[in-house]
Design a protein around this ligand. Structure first.
Ligand SMILES: NC(=O)c1ccc[n+]([C@@H]2O[C@H](COP(=O)([O-])OP(=O)(O)OC[C@H]3O[C@@H](n4cnc5c(N)ncnc54)[C@H](OP(=O)(O)O)[C@@H]3O)[C@@H](O)[C@H]2O)c1
Length: 256
């Protein structure tokens, strides 16, 4: 019987994979048989994760690239092609959130940094990846957005706007790449216990408020995103494109 979720012989790039959600996705892909190229800014941290992936019996390499650096992202795709000969799956997961405050008081440097890393980096990487995917007859792009891309997070307006843009990018690419057999989908996490969101979950009062509104009664862990990523990377999702999958323990549904 065909395994709809099998990733054998697939080649994937996962950005922001030195820890958190990206690392959990990379681990899941390797378990499902994929060859994985992990990326983030810090080569040392990536090397440790890649060693772990290989020690578990998988195939993985680590290539550092800043998500705001177009040339570095193009080189990431070129190096992937040189090493593995093709590219089937791209997970745009790396992001930044340097500004906590209202959007009107955020200065231009924050806007530019957040737009470059969270939006333009994913555009540049998608441009380079799509060329390779077209050559291979199809592919999968998975964008990690956020529930604050659907409704803005308080004092996280700049970041929220970039995540709304990611949702729009996902839908737009789904339309533009449908005929190329490239499916493009987004995952919108709620609060997840990673370094990225530490300021939120480490604040006991804030965490209590969030948990009171979360039907699941807990915040997310990186592993909660591994299964949906495998689905969206695999033949099981061949008829799924332009979709946004909210994984937030029910937070956005709210309490009764
Ligand atoms: N945690 C949450 O509550 C939450 C909620 C909704 C959405 N998300 C989204 O989930 C994704 C992953 O976040 P996470 O929670 O897993 O965070 P995390 O554990 O802090 O991991 C972030 C990853 O991104 C990399 N990174 C950061 N800035 C980068 C840059 N400029 N260029 C390239 N790589 C960069 C980091 O590695 P280096 O430091 O080595 O670069 C790291 O591998 C992000 O898109 C985030 O917006 C998170």
């Amino acid at each position: 019987m065909t395994d709809l979720f099998d990733l054998s012989e697939r080649v994937a790039i996962v950005t922001g994979a030195s820890r958190g959600i990206g690392k959990a996705i990379a681990q899941q892909f390797v378990q499902a048989g994929a060859k994985v190229v992990i990326s983030s800014r810090k080569q040392d941290a990536l090397d440790i994760v890649a060693d772990g992936l290989r020690a578990s019996g998988g195939e993985a390499i680590a290539i550092a690239a800043h998500n705001g650096d177009k040339v570095a992202l193009q080189a990431l795709v070129e190096e992937t092609l040189r090493h593995y000969g093709k590219l089937d799956i791209l997970v745009n997961n790396a992001a930044t959130n340097p500004h906590f405050g209202t959007i009107l008081e955020a200065d231009d440097s924050y806007w530019r940094k957040t737009l470059d890393v969270n939006l333009m980096g994913n555009v540049w990487l998608s441009q380079a990846a799509v060329k390779a995917m077209r050559a291979g007859g199809g592919g999968k792009i998975i964008n990690v957005a956020s529930i604050v891309g659907l409704n803005p997070g308080r004092y996280q307006g700049v970041y929220s706007i970039t995540k709304s843009a990611i949702i729009s990018l996902t839908k737009t690419l789904a339309v533009e790449l449908g005929a190329d057999n490239i499916q493009v989908n987004a995952i919108a996490p709620g609060l997840v216990q990673t370094k990225f969101a530490r300021a939120l979950w480490a604040d006991e009062d804030l965490l209590g408020e969030i948990l009171a509104q979360t039907p699941a009664g807990r915040i997310g862990q990186p592993i909660d995103f591994a299964g949906i990523a495998q689905f969206l990377a695999s033949p099981a999702s061949d008829f799924t494109t332009g979709a946004v999958f909210v994984l937030d323990g029910g937070l956005s549904v709210g309490s009764i």
